[in-house]
Design a protein around this ligand. Structure first.
Ligand SMILES: Nc1ncnc2c1ncn2[C@@H]1O[C@H](COP(=O)(O)OP(=O)(O)O)[C@@H](O)[C@H]1O
Ligand SMILES: NC(=O)OP(=O)(O)O
Length: 315
């Protein structure tokens, strides 16, 4: 039987580093990304794709705020929905092209996905999710003063606006995902899902936040019974002493080892830490399964056990 994979696509799979997040730039990068995904499809894996949206939703929010004198600014959740729509559209186009080249006519579908979060999630009081472009320290301080943004340094790459990132609790469209999965490559929970809260009558309301796509991918992987959670980012392996002379890249992490390294602060919050935590959560819930963190171009090799950092429950 085909193995089921949930793929979480990081920023570099959608946009090249440092460049402005233009639609054209994104489509060019996505075409390359889709070549790798089509290879996985060719190998017979059943896949769902979850993608990030930090740069995109940040720019949509900025554009909307800038245009507020001519048309009312869009609420944050609507900006999230717009980012799901346009990234999904690009992935559908890129995947169709890559599959056609291989004479495969597999359907590809994007599901606009809402994800329920808890109104009382502590994430609402402590913004951590970086969105939009990078700024210098001086620009960041001015934005804090002028617009009331919360700005934070992002992994040595510059300053970015940070917003609330509550944990995903429930995927509203999960039944549709399960229905479509065997018949199509499903793009779902984009940008971690459109964050909504649920009132006691079951009514859903959009909320101002950006859910972490690695945590949403993990929740999805659990709910569809995926065999593998694969988190694709810029680095081939997770490291300890990252960016230091004694950096050590890791081939394998048991739950216990990963926990110890987290305690030591080896993984940067807002970048590698949520990926490691998502991988740990998946293997804790599925002790016989594995999670992998690697780069997009190494995905196939990592599935063959040749590279990447593999997380398992035990050693
Ligand atoms: N311990 C670590 N091991 C490897 N990479 C790390 C580590 N700590 C921080 N990083 C950085 O985290 C980045 C991944 O986070 P990020 O760029 O936010 O993810 P995404 O690909 O989802 O956009 C890596 O490219 C690397 O620069
Ligand atoms: N929503 C989200 O996690 O986006 P990034 O992967 O771009 O941070």
């Amino acid at each position: 039987m085909a193995e089921k994979i949930v793929l979480a696509l990081g920023g570099n799979a959608l946009q090249s580093g440092g460049e402005a997040a233009t639609a054209e730039g994104q489509l060019t990068v996505i075409h390359k990304t889709c070549e790798y995904i089509a290879q996985l499809n060719q190998q017979g894996y059943e896949m769902a794709i979850v993608h990030g949206n930090g740069p995109q939703v940040g720019r949509i929010v900025l554009a909307s705020e800038t245009a507020k004198d001519v048309t009312p600014a869009m609420p944050f959740d609507v900006c999230g929905a717009m980012s799901q729509g346009y990234i999904g559209y690009h992935l559908q186009q890129g995947l169709k092209y890559a599959l056609n080249k291989r004479n495969e006519s597999f359907p590809v579908v994007t599901i606009l996905t809402q994800v329920v979060v808890d109104k009382k999630d502590p994430g609402f009081k402590n913004p951590t999710k970086p969105i939009g472009p990078f700024y210098s320290k001086e620009e960041a301080m001015e934005l804090e003063r002028e617009k009331g943004y919360v700005m934070k340094e992002d992994s040595g790459r510059g300053y970015r606006r940070v917003v609330a990132s509550p944990l995903p609790q429930r995927i509203v469209e999960i039944e549709a995902v399960k229905e479509l999965w065997p018949k199509a490559i499903v793009i779902t929970c984009g940008g971690g899902g459109i964050p909504v809260t649920e009132n006691p009558t079951g009514c859903l309301n959009g909320t101002a936040a950006v859910i972490d796509k690695d945590f949403a991918a993990e929740l999805l992987a659990e709910q569809v019974g995926a065999d593998i959670l694969m988190i694709l980012t810029e680095v081939e392996k997770v490291a300890i002493n990252y960016n230091k002379p004694d950096q050590k890249n890791l081939d394998h992490l048991s739950l216990k080892e990963a926990h110890e390294y987290c305690e030591q602060g080896q993984f940067a919050p807002g970048s590698m830490l949520p990926k490691v935590q998502a991988a740990m959560k998946f293997v804790r819930a599925n002790p016989s399964k594995r999670a992998i963190i690697t780069s997009l171009d190494k995905a196939l090799e990592a599935l063959d056990g040749k590279t990447g950092t593999v997380f398992t429950f035990n050693n």
